[in-house]
Design a protein around this ligand. Structure first.
Ligand code: FES
Length: 176
């Protein structure tokens, strides 16, 4: 979660930057860290902070795999579908995850805990089949290991916190 001091330091960086647009990805990531995803309002906010148009921000956001334009779950699982992982069984991993979580690729579980997304090669080909969960790499995966990872996440403090937040939603306000 983005803190106020991180936000202030980012705003100072923008003010000091010769070309603020170079910080566009950092700004989008900061807004996403605060809000959980980059909403239309977040796009407008980033545009305002950087002196860019919302369309320019939108184009950049679309380009970056890890900027989410739709709400995502507490744990975002990116399944590598590039060639090495595919040869090592990525399809089986993806199918198992969809079945275990009861969602299809691109969807989020109703409890808001997991989102499944594909990703191109993440640079862990030597650990294929590999996935990222909140940007942490796991692999080479077997179905048993995958089940252990998912069970561990389901029973984590973070998951309990997510359930509590879902029951009592509150929104943090970015200091401006
Ligand atoms: S092909 Fe999957 S990590 Fe490279």
């Amino acid at each position: 979660m983005q803190t106020e001091s991180q936000t202030e330091s980012l705003e100072k960086e923008i003010q000091a930057a010769e070309h603020p647009r170079e910080l566009a990805v950092d700004v989008m990531a900061a807004i996403q860290a605060r809000d959980g995803y980059l909403s239309d309002a977040g796009v407008a906010e980033a545009a305002g902070l950087l002196g860019m148009s919302p369309v320019e921000i939108e184009e950049l956001a679309t380009f970056y795999t890890f900027i989410y334009r739709e709400p995502v779950g507490r744990y975002v699982i990116h399944i590598c579908d590039s060639v090495v992982c595919w040869m090592e069984g990525a399809e089986t991993i993806g199918e198992h995850l969809m079945k275990a979580l009861g969602i299809r690729m691109g969807e989020t579980t109703p409890d808001g805990l997991f989102t499944l997304l594909p990703v191109c090669c993440i640079g862990y080909c030597d650990r294929a089949p590999a996935i990222l969960i909140n940007k942490k790499a796991y692999g080479p995966l077997t179905i048993g290991e995958l089940d252990r990872i998912i069970d561990g996440l389901r029973n984590s403090d973070d998951a309990n916190e997510a359930a509590a937040e879902a029951a009592n939603p509150k929104k943090q306000v970015l200091k401006r």
